[in-house]
Design a protein around this ligand. Structure first.
Ligand SMILES: NC(=O)c1ccc[n+]([C@@H]2O[C@H](COP(=O)([O-])OP(=O)(O)OC[C@H]3O[C@@H](n4cnc5c(N)ncnc54)[C@H](O)[C@@H]3O)[C@@H](O)[C@H]2O)c1
Length: 266
């Protein structure tokens, strides 16, 4: 098997579920040493068991932190350095989605929460990890945005604003740190079958979320939801040395959803 991450240290936030978990499992299979962050310790422990089930044991450090608290972000970075002495790759991924409401009914505290976790959390991660990578004179970062960072979505102003912010932070960090041998890119997933998306379908149709999922999939040219492993493979490419000259971009992974924005079949 292709092992691009042997002797590499990768830090992943939101590693207790979905995209973070799938990426952790994949990178472990490519030999990475992992520092995994989540607010939920049981979920992190489950990720670690899945890694040990599927791959040869590689070192895995588990750290609980709420990414919207800068002190805790500083601590997860410090702990990673204490354990592994460096950070080669950073998947700055933890995030939440909001419940839907039109602007005039949208809860302002919910808006602040979305900004705190999805945008400030990504900023704090960049701030503290880029300082480490600058000293190393190398490093690869992937921030998780969303298709909601590239266009508007109805009734999700907090999510859309936070994810547009992530696209902006990605560009700003890329130009500032490129001269230190660091690449900062983003990913913009469309609907990927994780707990986050399934819970969203459960809110839309509590009796039968599979119907909501099927309706959603029907609007995607690929006629299906994405798989977490597909995102993990993109992240692995961007965190590997193979992607060194790709910098400051946010790459959609959406089954053609973005390309079909204004088209109708008939
Ligand atoms: N699944 C999708 O369709 C989709 C699409 C576009 C973007 N995204 C983005 O992908 C990222 C991962 O989402 P997912 O689908 O894997 O969701 P998920 O809910 O399956 O996993 C998110 C993980 O982040 C953790 N987390 C949440 N808030 C946190 C906080 N404040 N501090 C630390 N950890 C926290 C959760 O405990 C959970 O383990 C998010 O940023 C999300 O916005 C997801």
């Amino acid at each position: 098997m292709y092992k691009r991450f042997e002797k590499k240290v990768v830090l992943i936030t939101g590693a207790g579920s979905g995209l973070g978990r799938a990426t952790a499992i994949h990178l472990a299979s490519e030999g990475a040493m992992l520092s995994l962050v989540d607010k939920n310790i049981e979920a992190l422990e489950e990720t670690r068991s899945l890694i040990t089930e599927k791959t040869q044991q590689s070192p895995v450090l588990l750290l609980t932190a709420d990414v919207s608290d800068e002190e805790l972000v500083k601590k997860y970075v410090d702990h990673t350095i204490r354990r592994f002495e460096r950070i080669d790759g950073f998947f700055n991924n933890a995030g939440i989605v909001d419940t839907s409401a039109p602007f005039e009914e949208y809860d302002s505290d919910l808006f602040s929460k979305l900004i705190d976790i999805n945008l400030s959390g990504v900023f704090y991660g960049l701030k503290h990890v880029l300082a480490v990578m600058k000293k190393q004179k190398e490093g690869f970062v992937v921030n998780t945005a969303s298709v909601a960072g590239l266009r508007g979505l109805y009734h999700k102003p907090g999510y859309v604003a936070s994810k547009h912010g992530v696209v902006g932070l990605t560009k700003a960090a890329a130009i500032e740190y490129a001269e230190f041998g660091i690449s900062v890119n983003g990913i913009a997933p469309g609907p990927i079958a994780t707990n986050m998306l399934i819970n969203n379908f459960k809110n839309i149709n509590p009796e039968n979320w599979e119907v909501a999922a099927a309706q959603h999939a029907d609007g995607i040219p690929a006629k299906r939801l994405g798989r977490p492993k597909e995102v993990a493979l993109l992240v692995a490419f961007l965190l590997s040395g193979e992607a060194e000259f790709i910098n400051g971009v946010t790459i959609p992974i959406d089954g053609g959803q973005g390309a079909s924005q204004y088209s109708r079949k008939n």
